[in-house]
Design a protein around this ligand. Structure first.
Ligand SMILES: [Zn+2]
Length: 159
């Protein structure tokens, strides 16, 4: 259906249309966004790529925006860290793990990011967290414990 010839001028107005659609004003749409909302992506590639249109429109590409580093203070260990992910609250996987080891809900409540912490707690439903701590006391990894439990269940079914 789309036999439209994509001239540079048409591509530019198409990029503007996608930007408007996505509410973007300070960067170009990403390749994925353009492919999702327009059929002009191949023509963009054939005529210099997003880099070219970044220069023409004087706007950074989505990738360039994402490479901006944000300076943050970790809510768990208090260390300063940099991240490309603006809403990041914690410096490392170790601190993310610690954040849901925190039993003290008061600490979590006092922090504005408690929603995020709760979300992470929810990743392990059905008391898996407690089971893992219990298993660790006996020198077992959670996975081993799960295997043992599964074997027990299978055994029960067969009995
Ligand atoms: Zn930290």
């Amino acid at each position: 259906m789309s036999k439209k010839k994509w001239t540079e001028e048409k591509i530019i107005s198409e990029i503007r249309r996608v930007m408007k659609l996505l509410g973007l004003s300070d960067r170009l749409p990403s390749a994925r966004e353009i492919r999702k909302y327009s059929t002009c992506y191949d023509s963009i590639n054939r005529s210099g790529g997003l880099k070219h249109y970044s220069e023409v429109l004087n706007l950074p590409t989505a990738g360039a925006t994402m490479s901006i580093l944000f300076k943050k203070t970790c809510i768990i260990c208090g260390k300063e860290f940099t991240t490309r992910y603006r809403p990041a609250k914690m410096c490392s996987q170790a601190c993310r793990n610690r954040s849901y080891l925190l039993k003290d809900r008061a600490v979590i409540k006092a922090d504005s990011s408690r929603k995020e912490i709760r979300t992470m707690r929810d990743i392990r439903p059905s008391g898996a967290f407690d089971k893992e701590r219990e298993a660790q006391k006996h020198g077992l990894h959670y996975r081993d414990r799960q295997i043992a439990e599964t074997l027990r269940m299978v055994g029960n079914v067969q009995n």
